[in-house]
Design a protein around this ligand. Structure first.
Ligand SMILES: C[C@@]1(CC(=O)O)C2=NC(=C\c3[nH]c(c(CCC(=O)O)c3CC(=O)O)Cc3[nH]c(c(CC(=O)O)c3CCC(=O)O)/C=C3\N/C(=C\2)[C@@H](CCC(=O)O)[C@]3(C)CC(=O)O)/[C@H]1CCC(=O)O
Ligand SMILES: NC(=O)c1ccc[n+]([C@@H]2O[C@H](COP(=O)([O-])OP(=O)(O)OC[C@H]3O[C@@H](n4cnc5c(N)ncnc54)[C@H](O)[C@@H]3O)[C@@H](O)[C@H]2O)c1
Length: 220
């Protein structure tokens, strides 16, 4: 079996078409909106939660059955009706246009599948079983959610900030690696966990000390 290629893609302001408005479409639409996509849904009916998104202006809804030209301007298409033959038509139309297509009831008609996703701030962990067991993907996500609490969101922000500062201020590559490696220590994670409001100040002071130490080392 060929391995699918995992990637993180930006959907900001990309037109995405979702055909069908049931429970499964709802899950896919929510994650598309969260990723900044411009979502159009074509379906005679949609769920209450999707109606709320329409009211908020986050989603465009065309209340009717699918037509083959609906996806003309789409970057990505999801077929989520409960009619396999409709989903197959959506697939064929998308393939003709060389688009990304996900058919929710036929993994063999997908040129991409949607993983289960755990997010904690910028930390994103995606799980796929290549279609073997979505339920197991979900279980792993739930386990990971227990494992990666709020402190990781702060920790990743701190690491991002540190990386920028270290890149700007430390020219020696080995020294840069050493400093970034020190931040991998669980002590920093504990500081994020127990002193969330103070950890950034500790970090700034620590980094300043390291930079001064390095300067001192160079001149001596
Ligand atoms: C991860 C997640 C992402 C999301 O949808 O956002 C996702 N399915 C989720 C849940 C879920 N899906 C199903 C159940 C019921 C239990 C069961 O059947 O296992 C549950 C559990 C539940 O709902 O509790 C049924 C199901 N799913 C597919 C089929 C068709 C088939 O296999 O033939 C059928 C049978 C329909 C039927 O029999 O009628 C197909 C796909 N589902 C995928 C993704 C892709 C593969 C992902 C992977 O490789 O793991 C793939 C291939 C295509 C796609 O959808 O992209 C999301 C969890 C989100 C979370 O909570 O974390
Ligand atoms: N991939 C997954 O994660 C996953 C999970 C569970 C189920 N499924 C499968 O996904 C499919 C959809 O499941 P659901 O629970 O959301 O179904 P549902 O019955 O709740 O929703 C189906 C939607 O499709 C719309 N629809 C029907 N014909 C249409 C047409 N011609 N054009 C446009 N819209 C049309 C309906 O109005 C409805 O909104 C089922 O085949 C189910 O087996 C997939």
């Amino acid at each position: 079996m060929t391995k699918m290629y995992p990637m993180m893609i930006s959907l900001t302001d990309r037109n995405c078409l979702v055909v069908g408005g049931g429970r499964v479409a709802e899950r896919k639409v929510h994650s598309l909106i969260e990723s900044g996509a411009r979502v159009k849904i074509v379906s005679p009916t949609i769920t209450e939660s999707l109606k709320q998104q329409v009211k908020k202006g986050n989603l465009q809804w065309e209340q009717r059955l699918y037509h083959s030209n609906d996806g003309q301007d789409a970057f990505l298409v999801i077929a989520a009706t409960d009619w396999p033959h409709v989903n197959k038509t959506v697939y064929e139309d998308a393939i003709k246009r060389n688009q990304w297509i996900n058919v929710v009831d036929q993994p063999e008609l997908c040129n991409f599948t949607v993983p289960s996703v755990m997010r904690q701030g910028k930390l994103t962990i995606a799980i796929s079983t290549q279609g073997a067991s979505p339920m197991f993907s979900k279980r792993i996500r739930q386990d990971l959610e227990q494992q990666y609490g709020d402190e990781f969101s702060l920790y990743i922000d701190l690491l991002g900030e540190a990386r920028k500062k270290v890149q700007q201020r430390i020219t020696d590559r080995k020294e840069r690696q050493r400093l970034l490696q020190e931040l991998m220590s669980d002590d920093w994670l504990d500081l994020c966990r127990y002193y969330p409001t103070k950890v950034m100040d500790y970090f700034q002071a620590w980094l300043q000390e390291q930079i001064e130490g390095q300067r001192g080392g160079k001149t001596s």
